[in-house]
Design a protein around this ligand. Sequence first.
Ligand SMILES: Cc1cc2nc3c(=O)[nH]c(=O)nc-3n(C[C@H](O)[C@H](O)[C@H](O)COP(=O)(O)OP(=O)(O)OC[C@H]3O[C@@H](n4cnc5c(N)ncnc54)[C@H](O)[C@@H]3O)c2cc1C
Length: 526
Amino acid sequence: MIKEGVAVVAVSEGEFTDGAEEEVRVPAAPRSGPQSQATASRSPHTETTPSTAAAASFDMVVIGAGPAGEKAAAQAAFFGKRVAIVERRASPGGALVSSAGVPTKTLRETALYLTGYRRREVYGLSIHLDPDATLDRLMNRTAHVQAAMVGQVRENIARHQIEMVPGTGSLGPNRTVVVTPGRTDAAPTTLHADIVLIATGSRPFHAPDVPFDDPDVYDSERILGIDRIPRSMVVVGGGPVGCEYSSIFTSLGTEVVLLDSGERLLSFVDGEISRLLGATFSSMGVRLVLGSGVGAVRRADGELQVTLESGEVIRPEKVLFAAGRAGNTEGLGLEEVGVQIDARGRIVVDEEFRTTAKGIYAAGDVIGPPALASVSMEQGRVAACHAFGIPFKETVDPLPPYGIYSIPEVAMVGLTEEAATRQGIAYEIGRGWFSRNIKAVIDGGTDGLVKLVFRREDRALLGVHILGDIASELIHQGQAVMHERGVIDRFIHATFNIPTRSEAYKYAAYDGLMRLERRAGSRTAG
Ligand SMILES: Cc1cc2nc3c(=O)[nH]c(=O)nc-3n(C[C@H](O)[C@H](O)[C@H](O)COP(=O)(O)OP(=O)(O)OC[C@H]3O[C@@H](n4cnc5c(N)ncnc54)[C@H](O)[C@@H]3O)c2cc1C
């Protein structure tokens, strides 16, 4: 049986009476634009421990100041609600700022800049770096960007006049949230709310047989405190986090072995893109071991040993486990108030993000996949709108883009070829290779392509898959056309700046048209 708090998030976590001091059902006039730059008229945000009954009553109390919690709170506050966020960490921003998107992407950019990685051959430069100085620069830059992002989250919370309540939140009866302060001598406080939103996120999953107490065995959070750039590393997990870190450390000169029990990297992306990414990784020097689980990780005779199912023993300096996330549900008191979790330990919600307990909502990683900051934010906003009947955001975008910030990047939106086949759709594809794209040839990043998947019958765009530099930016053009239910001709008739990587869309569309014609031709000939 799965207990609270041990769910693996695949990608990669009563009775009530009104306790609020006022009941607000009709959306009030907005205080400022949603997440706008306007400054607050009330006092700036303060971290408080509400002590009076009035101060402890809110329209909404959010547990967790990560992307889902912050944006849900800001959305509700924007429409005039009195909102508090309970956060157990010293800073708001959640995993996005502390251990996930912001630090990994900063590490990636800094590593690419410092090492000139993948551009050395273009300019005939060879860069030799002092590993200690490099690590210092990487970590300093990451800390600088994190501090800037925490500042932005704090500003947003202040601008929306949201009360920050430091401490660990748990659910009490009658839609209350009990806040236990970090200080052991301080007494818990109780907040009353019309609506409670659980946005407690996730943390790295720790398989019980992995020695995470070994100083050289890391998870995706602790890796940010790595003490040196290692000569060798085994990365376990070929999902987004494993692929990102494998390529970052390879760019820094580490010999990386990337293991996954599945047959391919990034199991959810288009098969062709996955294969091409694997080939690029191999050409970069990453050793891929796919289709083989890890038998054991242990320290013997002073060295780390990773034994594969094949019996092979690898002796890396460091091991990074990047396999799965666990929802932060333990200690919340879900069962006591009637909030159900599913077989994988994720909080069960309906399409409006309502849990099984009246007045209690949940959003973000704690409800399961896709476990992206981008989607978590939207879930938070949509949940807040439904909770208060605000006619602003009804659903989360059904076409979210995925960006994987490996080197090179991968991005996708919509159907893969495999999904189109499974759905019985008669589809065609078109490819625009970066090796033939002027901008990519100029900057030397010629790996990859823009790949379109479209319906044969009417050329409706069904999916876009990109491998290559700035894929996570380029994907939005395809997403925009899909939002308009557009056809691939849209790219053929548009004028693109030259030189740009975007132009690859046009040639992918031409390729698609030619394939359609060839298909029609072979039918006629046949
Ligand atoms: C290495 C890595 C890289 C990633 N890169 C990207 C990316 O590039 N783009 C992207 O979109 N997504 C990325 N993600 C995913 C993204 O970080 C998460 O989807 C996102 O942070 C989830 O937001 P959340 O608000 O649900 O939870 P979290 O960000 O986990 O925030 C939850 C907050 O709740 C607090 N909390 C938990 N329990 C309690 C409690 N009982 N009381 C009070 N506070 C509590 C926590 O301290 C935390 O601040 C990445 C993830 C990882 C691991």
